[in-house]
Design a protein around this ligand. Structure first.
Ligand code: UN1
Length: 488
């Protein structure tokens, strides 16, 4: 079946009406597979979200969790068609499409449990008969700006947490993946109907390009802008939101490395490197882009990787056995070609899509394109002789998302994880830098933006902290022992 025929059938199955001026193309063959209506009234959406907030913040958090539980149930029902749509609209292989929807389900489960937690602290007061506590209250409407490469999961990371935290969500999906967003909204509507009395405007989606995102960023009814995308995008959003003292949660570019030490298990490392570098056609922000290998094992490992890379099946992401589907579009292909020149290996160029074989490029130093995040499957290989040098290379880029080390030497691994080790938000041992579980906090430092999404205590970004000091005595001792009396 052609991508457009199959998309039409899936949209119908999921209850999504296609139509409007914004077209969506499948990276598989470049054909138009559907369209959506551009959202004209962004301030109206912000207004509805604000109204919804006034009501939703008063609903007990465990009841808010019930909505997320229902969302998880609806996602389980729609898992296969939604995953298929991710494949059709973004080119992910079937396994990864399913994995992405599983990630949505996982975060819903996580958020349901969280809805009975959202803990604050009790703090010892210096004053007699005083008690200090910290409470977490809902923050306000959250704008979620997502990229094409995780067209549904990143919304879910944000929405599941925001909902239990008491915040409405306005989603501005990538204009390369508008149909996935419409499908998720249709699924969410079923959860909302079953829930019954959620306020209108609690979950919204606005479709459009950069201007739609800019309108959300500028609107002071939006308490938090959670944005995933390029560092250039983050550089525009950060100051714009700061100007109005709004909050941001930025998850921007990565330029992730893995160090392979002489003691590493090379079978395990090769498999991990294969997935981390070639998976998702090199279009994850956690994709492995720089391999830093000890000189004593470099020849052996590179030879192995070259063999593995040559065996990767590149092609129709729907086909059994395909590991690498198409790049998202021609622009992605061009940026890969800019780096590789004639060495780029295009596969099936008659298909209308941009299919490439993942490339391995050995380099002597980190400069030029090695320092940039080219969103395509290029793995640079560097050699090192001493672990401090390898760690310095890992840290010598402007991005700080993910990193890993392959080693069986406890000292090497602990050095890598220590304060003088990797400077990234994620540092792994004997697994690649990509493919994180939702239970951990996800995000990174430096030009990656500093935000943390998903698990651990990332929920705090979606709430406001309030410190309370309660005097249950009859005297008024002041903090720091200050005396401030007037004779009676
Ligand atoms: C992204 O590429 O924007 O860790 C997110 C991973 C996925 C999420 C990636 N769980 O690779």
């Amino acid at each position: 079946m052609s991508p457009s025929e199959e998309t039409r059938a899936i949209l119908e199955q999921l209850g999504v009406r296609s139509g409007g001026s914004l077209e969506s193309r499948s990276p598989m063959d470049g054909s138009v597979i559907g369209s959506v209506t551009k959202t004209e009234d962004i301030p109206g959406a912000c207004d509805r979200a604000k109204q919804a907030f006034l009501e939703w913040r008063t609903v007990p958090a465990p009841r808010r969790g019930e909505l997320v539980r229902l969302l998880g149930e609806e996602l389980r029902v729609a898992k296969e068609p939604l995953a298929r749509l991710v494949t059709l609209e973004c080119g992910k292989i079937v396994q990864e499409g399913i994995g992405e929807v599983q990630e949505m389900i996982d975060i819903c489960d996580f958020a349901v449990g969280l809805s009975r937690q959202l803990y604050g602290l009790t703090i010892a007061s210096e004053r007699p008969n005083h008690r200090m506590i910290e409470q977490w209250h809902p923050l306000g409407p959250v704008a979620v700006i997502t990229a094409f490469n995780f067209p549904v999961a990143v919304w879910a990371w944000n929405a599941a947490l925001a909902l239990v935290c008491g915040d409405p969500v306005i989603w501005k999906p990538s204009d390369k993946a508008p149909l996935c967003a419409e499908a998720v909204m249709a699924i969410a509507r079923r959860a909302l109907e079953r829930f019954g009395d959620a306020p209108e405007g609690l979950l919204q989606c606005v479709q459009g390009g950069r201007d739609a995102g800019e309108a959300l960023v500028a609107d002071d009814r939006i308490a938090l802008v959670s944005a995933t995308g390029s560092t250039a995008m983050g550089r525009a959003i950060g100051p714009a939101v700061a100007k109005r003292f709004g909050r941001v949660l930025l998850e921007l570019g990565g330029n992730n490395a893995a160090i392979v030490t002489p003691s590493a298990d090379l079978d395990l490392a090769s498999q991990a490197i294969l997935f981390a570098a070639a998976g998702t056609a090199g279009q994850r922000c956690t994709t492995l882009r720089r391999l830093i290998v000890h000189e004593s094992i470099a020849d052996q490992l590179v030879a192995r990787l070259k063999t593995l890379f040559s065996r990767i099946k590149v092609g129709d992401p729907r086909e059994e056995g395909t590991l690498v589907g198409p790049l998202i579009d021609e622009a992605a292909f061009n940026s890969m070609r800019e780096v590789l020149g004639d060495a780029i290996e295009q596969v099936d160029s008659a298909s209308g899509g941009f299919y490439v074989r993942p490339a391995i490029v050995e380099v002597d130093a980190q400069k030029g394109p090695v320092l940039k995040e080219t969103f395509a499957p290029i793995l640079y290989v560097l050699r090192y002789s001493d672990l401090s040098e390898a760690i310095a290379l890992n840290n010598a880029v402007s991005q700080g998302l993910s990193s890993s080390i392959f080693t069986n030497d406890l000292k090497d691994s602990e050095r890598f994880l220590s304060a003088r080790g990797s400077d990234c938000g994620i540092a792994n041992v004997n697994i690649g830098p990509s493919g994180a579980e939702i239970g951990g906090a996800f995000g990174g430092e430096k030009e990656t933006g500093g935000g943390r999404e998903s698990g651990s205590d990332s929920w705090r970004a979606y709430m406001r902290r309030q410190t309370n000091t309660i005097n249950y005595g009859s005297d008024l001792p002041l903090a720091q022992g200050i005396r401030f009396d007037v004779a009676p």
